[in-house]
Ligand binder design. Structure first.
Ligand SMILES: [Zn+2]
Ligand SMILES: [Zn+2]
Length: 223
């Protein structure tokens, strides 16, 4: 299969990802083989490619916003033809204090997709079936892929902040996560105020329906 392989992290201008022909991986017990339908690109991929995150597996195939179709499975919870998503968290120890209290995202011994195990910048990828998510038929693979990282991060922030429908909400920064929570907030009938230093991000926020967007040191109309 063809895959974008990182053998040695290096500045992105030097194109450290190399397109290679590599063997199609075989799923282990508890794993499935997916044909990759779409894989988003995350800023974390840049950190991996450039070595800001120290390599823990070399070579590595990055990519952790994967939507794929099950073509082989060693676990009866998935079926051939299922379309599933795969996110950054690709495995946990299942035994640490976080895993035992429903906070496996903080696991002491996590395995990250596209960092600790090969990811989705490839035609096929193997995954631990416990870390896959069914993708509803109403979502295209390309639309669903970014929801698996930036979308999940943004949505979690709404839950942690306990945002209530119909309230005023301020977003600080307007990266991928904020861009994906804004439509959710509008759907909830919220008024959204975006503070970001990037003028093009301010413009984008207004175009996407923010009531106000401006620099961090400017007062919003509600202040
Ligand atoms: Zn990511
Ligand atoms: Zn754990």
């Amino acid at each position: 299969m063809r895959a974008a392989v990182l053998e040695q992290p290096a500045p992105i201008e030097t194109s450290p990802l190399i397109l290679r022909d590599v063997p199609v991986p075989s799923p282990l017990p508890g794993e499935a083989l997916l044909k990759v339908l779409a894989c988003g690109v995350c800023h974390t991929d840049l950190h991996i490619a450039e070595g800001d995150l120290p390599p823990i597996k070399k070579p590595i195939i990055p990519g952790h916003q994967i939507v794929g179709e099950v073509v082989k499975t060693n676990d009866s919870s998935l079926h051939i033809g299922d379309r599933v998503g795969v996110a950054w968290l690709g495995g946990t120890d299942g035994t640490c204090r976080y895993c035992r209290t429903d906070r496996e995202n903080l696991c002491d011994h996590p395995v990250f997709t596209g960092y600790g195990r090969d990811g989705g910048f490839a035609e096929y990828v193997t995954v631990d079936t416990r870390f896959t998510y069914p993708i509803p038929a109403s979502l295209s693979s390309e639309t669903a892929a970014p929801l698996l990282c930036a979308g999940a991060v943004g949505y979690r922030s709404l839950l942690v902040a306990d945002v209530k429908p119909g309230t005023n909400v301020g977003l600080f920064g307007y990266g991928a996560s904020a861009q994906m929570v804004l439509p959710v907030l509008l759907h909830w009938g919220c008024e959204v105020f975006v503070a970001t230093r990037e003028p093009d991000h301010q413009e984008l926020a207004r175009a996407q329906g923010a009531r106000w967007a401006g620099p961090l040191d400017e007062k919003t109309p509600e202040q």
